[in-house]
Structures are given as structure tokens and as C-alpha cells.
Design a protein around this ligand. Structure first.
Ligand SMILES: [Zn+2]
Length: 362
């Protein structure tokens, strides 16, 4: 009996020992999993911040047990860029970059436009010290370029080309009739960004006309230039021969059209050689130091001198100011109709006459 009891005890002890060993083994295998902060989650967090380098870097630093860091490293381009960012050379300060004075393709010595002023023509202000002493807005060395009496074949395009080569802008005062004859050139002037005023219908001396006839001349000129240019024109007017009848100065004030005289006249219309025009402008500029310059794109000598004249201005250190109108001119409907009666309007058809009209019976 004792022997049986001892055997049973031995079996029980052996069973307990074996069961305990198995239980201990199971717990030993289970523990690492129960303490891992979810390996899958951690990996996801480590990869996810690919768009947030700061988060990724801090996650890596705070979690020393992150498994297999080598496998994650290749997927961290943001960390590299984040680390490289401070090493980038700082951009040079703007002052250290010598900016070209004028951005003008093909001409490093272009005049350009140094200053644009907006002109409010309300009440018809007068400009040009030969006749108006009110608005002295130009600084020493500043000039305003103005060209009268165009548009004219060859001459006006030459002036436009010279201005374009210098990337600079001017004011044109075309004659109404000329504008009606050359609407294509008129449109080129406007398209080039110049201001287009007007200079009467037929360039007559308004001081020798009745007030009504003079008003008709002014208004037909405004309507004609506006029609020919095909776009907004400026409320700028210049009297032919710079004759300013007081009633008409008042009238233009009521029309909110600015009146342009000149600071000095080049008298280029008296000259036949381009060299004379250049010398005349240079001499006047030397005397006055600045000013609204009156020239004529209608004149052959001025057209031929234009390119060199602008080069002279640049070499002399002068700067071009562009007078931009605050608003465009308003035409009067009855004058718009009147000028169209005089016009030979182009049509959309460019077929030769022989294909439009042919003799079928003779
Ligand atoms: Zn004129």
C-alpha cells in the first residue's frame, strides 16, 4: 500500500513538474508580443511621416526599439532633405544682384521708361512751359517724347521702330485726316503702347476760325483718331502752331481734355537733315535740362533721326517719363458719324476688282 501511495505521489509530482515547465515555456514566448507597442503600428508610423520629416525624425529618436531601422532608412528622402536644408547657401540679398537698368531685348543701352505718371484730365489741365506754367512735374534730366502730325507712311513706322528698339513710350498727336488715311499705322501706334491724343481734323490755325468751326475741327479730329486707332485714345490735345484761343482752352476744359503745349519746340519741321534734328534737341535739352519735347513723326528728317536721337538721350543720361491718361477720351456721336461720311471704309473683302466686276456683254 505504501508502495502504491509513493508511486502515486511520484506521478503527481512528475505531472506538476512537466505541466509547470510547459506553462512557463508558453508564457516566455507570449511576453515579447504582449510588450511590443504593436510592431505593425510602429512601422506604419515610421513610414507615414514621409511627408513630415520632423515627425519622422522625432519618432526614430524616441523609439529605440523600432525594429529593423535599416529597412526604413531607404524610404526617408524627406529626412535627407530636411537635414540638407540648413546647409543650402542663403540667396544673395537683392542689392548684391546687379539688375539691368532696363529690360529691353536686344538693347542693353535702352532708354526704357523710367517713370509712368497718370494724368487726370478733369478740367483740361495744360502742360508745357511755353504756354502753361501750372504743372512742373518733371525732375532734372526727365523728358516726355511727343510726336505730331502723323500718321504717315514710312516716317511714323520709322519712329515707332526707334521707340520700340529702346522699349520706350511717347505721346502722339495725329491729324484727323491723316489718321483716316492711315488707320493701319494708327493702330500700330496704339498697339505699341503709346498714348494717342489728337491735333484737329485738318491742322488749321484755330485762332483764324469761328468758335464753332474750331470746335468742329477739334471734335472731328478726336473722332477720326479714335476711329482709326480702333481702341481707347487719350484725352490729350495739341493746338496747331501752338495757337491757343481762350474760348477753346475753356471748351477743352469742359470736355476734360488736357492741352499740350511744349517745354521746347525742336523746330524739326524746318529741317531737312537728321543731324540738324539731333543737334536741335540736344541744344534745347542742354539749355533746359528737362522737358516735354515737341517733334514730328510726319517729318522725314525726324523719322530718319529718331534712332540716333534716342541713343543721344541715353548717352546723355536722360530719362523718359510716360504720361498715361487716367481715362480715355469720350467722342461725340454726331462727329463720329460726320467723319465716317468722309472715309473710304475698308470692307472685309480683298478680292481684286476684276473678280468682283467683269464685263459679260459689250
Ligand atoms: Zn502740327
Amino acid at each position: 500500500m505504501r508502495l502504491v501511495a509513493a508511486a502515486c505521489t511520484l506521478v503527481v509530482v512528475a505531472f506538476v513538474a512537466v505541466f509547470g515547465a510547459i506553462l512557463l515555456h508558453e508564457r516566455t514566448n507570449a511576453d515579447p508580443a504582449s510588450f511590443r507597442p504593436s510592431a505593425g503600428t510602429t512601422t506604419a508610423q515610421a513610414v507615414e511621416p514621409a511627408t513630415s520629416p520632423v515627425t519622422l525624425a522625432s519618432t526614430i529618436n524616441r523609439n529605440p526599439i523600432l525594429p529593423e531601422p535599416q529597412a526604413v532608412v531607404p524610404e526617408r528622402p524627406p529626412v535627407q532633405s530636411f537635414a540638407q536644408a540648413p546647409a543650402r547657401p542663403a540667396p544673395p540679398p537683392p542689392a548684391a544682384t546687379p539688375a539691368p537698368a532696363v529690360s529691353c531685348p536686344g538693347n542693353p543701352n535702352a532708354l526704357g521708361v523710367s517713370r509712368v505718371v497718370e494724368v487726370d484730365t478733369q478740367g483740361g489741365p495744360g502742360f508745357g512751359f511755353e504756354h502753361f506754367k501750372t504743372h512742373d512735374f518733371l525732375q532734372p534730366g526727365e523728358v516726355v517724347l511727343t510726336f505730331d502730325d502723323g500718321p504717315w507712311p514710312r516716317h511714323t513706322p520709322s519712329v515707332l521702330a526707334a521707340l520700340a528698339a529702346h522699349c520706350t513710350r511717347a505721346i502722339f498727336f495725329p491729324i484727323g485726316k491723316h489718321a483716316m488715311w492711315e488707320p493701319g499705322i494708327m493702330k500700330q501706334v496704339l498697339a505699341a503702347g503709346h498714348a494717342v491724343g489728337s491735333h484737329t481734323w485738318s491742322h488749321i490755325d484755330l485762332s483764324k476760325k469761328s468758335v464753332q468751326d474750331a470746335k468742329d475741327e477739334i471734335e472731328k479730329g478726336i473722332s477720326a483718331v479714335h476711329w482709326a486707332a480702333g481702341g481707347p485714345t487719350a484725352p490729350y490735345f495739341r493746338f496747331p502752331a501752338l495757337r491757343h484761343p481762350p474760348e477753346l482752352v475753356t471748351y477743352l476744359g469742359e470736355r476734360n481734355v488736357a492741352i499740350f503745349s511744349t517745354d521746347f519746340d525742336s523746330f524739326d519741321f524746318k529741317m531737312r537733315k537728321p543731324e540738324q534734328v539731333r543737334q536741335a534737341v540736344a541744344a534745347k535739352l542742354k539749355k533746359f535740362g528737362k522737358g516735354i519735347i515737341l517733334m514730328h513723326d510726319f517729318q522725314q528728317a525726324t523719322a530718319a533721326a529718331a534712332a540716333d536721337l534716342l541713343n543721344d538721350l541715353k548717352a546723355g543720361g536722360y530719362k523718359v517719363v510716360f504720361m498715361k491718361p487716367k481715362a480715355s477720351v469720350t467722342t461725340i456721336a454726331s462727329y463720329d458719324e460726320a467723319i465716317l461720311k468722309d472715309a473710304k471704309l475698308p470692307t472685309v473683302s480683298d478680292r481684286p476688282t476684276s473678280s468682283v466686276v467683269r464685263t459679260i456683254n459689250e
